[in-house]
Design a protein around this ligand. Structure first.
Ligand SMILES: Nc1nc2c(ncn2[C@@H]2O[C@H](COP(=O)(O)OP(=O)(O)OP(=O)(O)O)[C@@H](O)[C@H]2O)c(=O)[nH]1
Ligand SMILES: [Mg+2]
Length: 390
């Protein structure tokens, strides 16, 4: 996984800019002995924003970028000179990125649509210069404000792919085969478990130029919620899907049981997963004859639509697309709302589990050192010298 191009989480240290300090300066020019205060304000520090960008599909571009700093505000100067404002930094992320606090695991924000901007860290405000403090009774204030301090935060960004239909099944169930038959995606297919190690998306064309997006994720096995197999790490990619397509091979001994195991694992991951619409596909039906199909129908769960399909012969694929389309657009399945902001409740991360995942994934994430480019000045030590003019 280490050199894979599919990067779905990164850890980054972010720091906004501090505000520039206000200047404390008294005007001294020829023939104007009491020029009065003319210290300008400090500039504002730069802020850090996240910006949705639909040209990105993964967080790969951020993988090796471990520090992101915004510029500090410039200090105010004599002659009421305002300090320069620090430049803001925009971090472009793919739509579907969720941000957590790396220390506590607390959910911070998510970015779901193109050009969406979310303020992550606000830059410090610049301090006021002494010019601003002049009053009738204090005509030469010998003080100015320091700038506000910067903010810093280590964040974890996680990508949760945005797709309409998510495929859920044990390894070898034929998920990738289905995706490659229905769309032009070409995931790896082979007759052994865990062929798929990273999620992929495909666009499925439907009648009249309509289409929907399908996400293939690695297989889930019993006990995945306690870390077996590839664990539940990839389940977050189907968390946002409005519809889940369960896939169980037709030659399985107990189809209903296998379906329930999958359901249970999803529930362990996030109980809200069970609120989604579900469809069950019995795959590899070319291995079954009509009589067997009729017999199996009796034993299947009744609370969801069931379709017998075969990616090899094409059996049931059109029916499957019809069912998926109908479910996606049904009244109670409010696709629009699910993709809109704030409808998905992101649970805070359990940092204990996360640390293990990270260790397995990329061991050297832990030894990030936070080296400051420019040392922070201790605000208490601020001294304002009266600058002498000519
Ligand atoms: N007979 C038959 N075989 C199928 C069908 N669909 C898939 N297969 C075979 O099943 C095996 C597994 O298919 P994959 O698509 O790789 O399965 P998967 O669910 O993606 O598996 P993982 O990625 O390991 O989770 C392959 O050898 C496919 O050729 C089908 O409809 N009929
Ligand atoms: Mg696969």
């Amino acid at each position: 996984m280490a050199d894979s191009n599919f990067v779905d989480y990164v850890k980054i240290y972010c720091r906004s800019g501090k505000g520039g300090r206000g200047s404390m300066h008294l005007r001294h020019v020829k023939y104007q002995p009491n020029g009065g205060p003319d210290g300008g304000d400090g500039g504002n520090g730069g802020s850090i924003y996240l910006r949705g960008n639909h040209n990105y599909w993964t967080l790969l571009h951020l993988k090796y970028q471990r520090h992101i700093h915004a510029e500090h505000g410039g200090n105010g100067g004599r002659d009421k000179c305002h300090g320069t404002n620090g430049k803001d930094v925009y971090i472009d992320v793919p739509c579907g990125t969720v941000v957590y606090n790396a220390e506590t695991g607390k959910y911070i924000c998510d970015v779901t649509y193109d050009k969406q901007e979310v303020l992550l860290l606000k830059g410090g405000r610049g301090g006021l210069g002494n010019f601003q403090f002049r009053t009738s009774t204090n005509q030469a204030p010998r003080y100015a404000q320091p700038g506000e301090p910067m903010e810093e935060l280590t964040i974890i960004m996680e990508l949760k792919l945005l797709a309409d239909v998510g495929l859920v099944g044990f390894p070898n169930a034929g998920k990738s085969t289905l995706l490659s038959t229905l769309s032009s995606a070409r995931p790896k297919i082979a007759n052994y478990p865990f062929t798929t190690l990273e999620p992929s998306l495909g666009i499925v064309a439907y009648h009249d130029h309509k289409s929907f997006v399908m996400a293939d994720i690695p297989g889930i096995i019993e006990g995945a919620s306690s870390g077996k197999g590839l664990g539940l790490r990839f389940l977050r990619h189907i968390e946002r899907n409005s519809l889940l397509l369960f896939m169980v091979p037709g030659d399985t001994d107990d189809i209903k049981h296998e379906y329930e195991v999958l359901l249970n694992e999803l529930q362990q991951f996030n109980p809200e997963m069970l609120d989604k619409h579900r469809v069950l596909a019995i795959t590899k039906s070319d291995l079954l004859d009509d009589e067997l199909i009729e017999m199996l129908r009796e034993t299947l769960p009744e609370d969801l639509p069931v379709v017998f399909i075969s990616s090899v012969t094409g059996l049931g694929l059109n029916e499957l697309k019809d069912v998926l389309w109908r479910e996606l657009n049904s009244e109670s399945n409010k696709l629009q709302e699910i993709t809109a902001e704030d409808t998905l409740v992101h649970r805070d991360k359990d940092m204990r589990i996360f640390a293990e995942e990270m260790q397995a994934e990329d061991a050297d994430f832990d030894d990030i050192e936070f080296v400051e480019e420019d040392e922070i000045e201790d605000l208490d030590d601020y001294e304002y010298e009266v600058e002498e003019g000519e």
